[in-house]
Design a protein around this ligand. Structure first.
Ligand code: BES
Ligand code: MN
Ligand code: MN
Length: 463
């Protein structure tokens, strides 16, 4: 594989402009108000796959948002890489906290990104990252260097749980047949410490509703005598952790695989600057489960977090009211071998059991997903390692991550194929937050690195 840098330099502006066009499309899958935009992003993605020489390009309908497919088969006897990504994005809220509108991409420099970063919802998660793959394939087809087959499967429901994707996989087993799945939808530590993510956490997401009296009451007339659902919910939530930061749901940890001493030592060797971590977040202390490091807490340990809580009066000024209802959205990040359906059940049973007299509790499960850990001695991992080594000049370190991509475990279950998580974002890129961005340097580094993956993967599978 020739060094892609010269090709990239020649086509830099166009490659950026094409991504910017994609980022202008407000493909928010969670909110039906954006429905047309989500479909527009699918159409744009398909068009771009066609333009880089893919065939059989299709926007394939599902009961939800469609999957975009395209392939370039050069020889059925060669290995096939399946690229997965998502063209849907998180809602941009809270919009007033953005320094520039979320769907009007602009390039600004930051401390971490002196070459500039593109600010837009989806810049890093995942449009900027999946589009690197489209451009990497452009490089290889335009320069006649594609060493194996490639298939693209870019979905539109990742941010809402990929509910229709399991069915899609089962319906398209032949189309999706491949040897390895390559995904850039995670991050790396920094440009000096490239890393390959070796794990994703699973997820159990529930919504709870606590009901007290049959109507909102005057908090003076009834306050003190009738259970206040918000007070009760707060206490119930507080009781879900003990003073050591452990989760108190019975049997919650039963299936958690503890890391070996060697694995923990390997993790501890990965450079981590706690002072810088705290400074970036403007916090004066980290917190979490006793006996574990910050990196462990955020990747190899399960967690329980309230994502949103509401009820009563939240408008301007003061209204004296004892509300009838209180709500919260709660997520639990899971690690091997926790099962999300089982955890959802354990949560539900426990949450109902701790409800005091005077209130009623309802628990509604949302989506879930399985955790995933990748081997570090597989051909896929080694190819990614060599690719990053080549473009960064540094051997990447394996790193377990804390986020979730539920479909990855299903790829292995349904297609029997492993995934490589070669992400180019940084934790500071503010995915899901206001001012999400993706470094221009990261974008082009990805386009430069990906062709090497194809080369090494093809070489290593032949060997
Ligand atoms: N790309 C992220 C997952 C991610 C981010 C993994 C950073 C590792 C590092 C993905 O788009 C995402 O946000 N997933 C959701 C889960 C989904 C079911 C809504 C998540 O992790 O909250
Ligand atoms: Mn993503
Ligand atoms: Mn996301």
């Amino acid at each position: 594989m020739q060094d892609p840098k010269a090709y990239i330099a020649t086509h830099k502006e166009r490659m950026l402009d094409e991504l910017i066009e994609l980022l202008k499309i407000a493909s928010v899958s969670a909110d039906p108000a954006y429905k047309e935009e989500v479909h527009r992003a699918a159409a744009y993605t398909k068009e771009q796959l066609e333009r880089v020489g893919c065939t059989s390009c299709e926007v394939i309908q599902t009961p939800g948002y469609p999957v975009v497919y395209g392939e370039k088969i050069i020889d059925p006897n060669l290995p096939t890489v399946l690229v997965y990504g998502h063209y849907d994005v998180q809602p941009p809220d809270p919009i007033n906290l953005w320094d520039s509108p979320p769907f009007e991409p602009v390039i600004r420099t930051t401390e971490t990104h002196p070459e500039g970063a593109i600010f837009a919802r989806g810049a890093c998660d995942d449009k900027g990252q999946f589009y690197m793959h489209v451009k990497a394939v452009e490089y290889m087809t335009q320069t006649d260097q594609l060493p194996c087959n490639v298939k693209f499967m870019i979905e539109g429901e990742e941010e809402v749980g990929s509910d229709n994707l399991a069915g899609f996989l089962k319906d398209h087993l032949d189309k999706l047949a491949c040897d390895i799945i390559l995904i850039s939808d995670t991050g790396m530590i920094s440009r000096d410490i490239p890393s390959i993510q070796t794990g994703l956490r699973g997820l159990s997401y529930v919504e709870v509703e606590v009901t007290g009296p049959n109507r909102d009451l005057h908090s003076g007339v009834y306050g003190g005598a009738v259970a206040n659902p918000i007070n009760v919910l707060s206490q119930m939530i507080a009781s879900l952790h003990d003073e050591k930061g452990h989760i108190t749901i019975p049997q919650f940890y039963d299936k958690v695989i503890e890391l070996s001493a060697e694995e923990r030592e390997a993790m501890a060797r990965v450079p981590f600057d706690e002072k810088e971590y705290k400074e970036h977040l403007n916090i004066n202390a980290v917190q979490g489960e006793e006996g574990y490091t910050t990196n462990e807490r955020a990747s190899t340990r399960p967690t329980l977090d309230v994502n949103g809580i509401w009820g009563g009066y939240t408008g301007e000024g003061a209204k004296t009211v004892l509300p009838s209802k209180a709500y919260a959205k709660i997520s639990m990040r899971l690690v091997p071998d926790q099962d999300h359906e089982e955890i959802t059940q354990l949560f539900t049973d426990h949450f109902k059991a701790i409800a005091p007299d005077g209130v009623q509790v309802k628990v509604t499960p949302h989506h879930g997903g399985k955790p995933y850990v990748t081997p570090i001695d597989s051909v896929g991992y080694l190819a990614a390692e060599k690719a990053l080594e080549r473009s960064f000049g540094i051997t990447p370190v394996p790193q377990r991550g804390g986020g979730s991509i539920p479909i990855v475990a299903l790829f292995e279950e349904v297609l029997g194929v492993k995934s490589v998580l070669m992400g180019f974002g940084f934790d500071s890129d503010a995915i899901h937050s206001p001012n999400e961005h993706f470094g221009v340097w990261n974008y082009f580094k990805g386009i430069e690195t990906i062709p090497y993956f194809y080369q090494y993967y093809t070489e290593l599978t032949k060997a």
